[in-house]
Design a protein around this ligand. Structure first.
Ligand code: ADP
Length: 169
């Protein structure tokens, strides 16, 4: 029998956020509506070869949520389970878009439970307008000069245009 006490007021929303999109922002804001505090955990993830540096990814998110005292942005380079406990969080929130997200997310959730059974992974369904939005789609659109309005916040849009117009990378 597990403890029926309310476990936590803090939730972690982890991800690569390379870069943050309105799909992520929607999930983070909805998590902040449910929990007292949300820690956005930006994973270092060198194996994913991110387009933006860790500092850039953190800065984009910090700028978006600068007026929200409930949302804190931190980077981490360790097991997500350790990062969660360090932040007194017992809940990890992930977003689910289409069925295609499910298998990978299910696997991640199983690993988290295996590493620390006291943690819970909860899923928020994508809002319909962001169902097809992903960081990789946004990068592809930017690369070919497509319109990013309504997909990413202004700071990200500017940075993407700079990269692809000036061929920074
Ligand atoms: P990761 O590399 O950990 O998957 P991402 O930055 O790609 O990191 O995604 C972080 C989380 O945000 C994941 O749970 C992902 O499913 C979710 N997510 C990404 N885009 C959307 C979206 N458009 N709507 C809802 N959730 C999303």
């Amino acid at each position: 029998m597990i403890s029926l006490e309310r476990v936590t007021e803090v939730a972690i929303v982890p991800g690569s956020f390379d870069p943050i999109t309105y799909g992520h922002i929607d999930i983070i804001e909805r998590a902040a509506y449910i929990f007292d505090k949300v820690v956005v955990g930006v994973a270092v993830n060198p194996e994913k070869k991110p387009l933006f540096t860790l500092e850039e990814r953190v800065k984009f998110i910090t700028d978006v949520f600068e007026s929200s005292s409930k949302i804190e942005v931190k980077s981490y380079n360790k097991l997500l389970t350790d990062f969660a406990l360090e932040n007194n969080a017992k809940i990890i929130i992930r977003g689910l878009r289409a069925v295609s997200d499910f298998e990978r997310e299910f696997q991640i959730a199983q690993f988290i439970k295996k590493l620390n059974p006291t943690l819970e992974v909860m899923f928020l369904m994508s809002s319909p307008e962001y169902m097809y939005l992903s960081s990789s789609a946004v990068k592809e659109i930017a690369e070919f000069g497509g319109c990013l309005k309504g997909l990413v916040p202004n700071n990200v849009e500017k940075a993407l245009m700079k990269i692809y117009q000036e061929g920074r990378r």
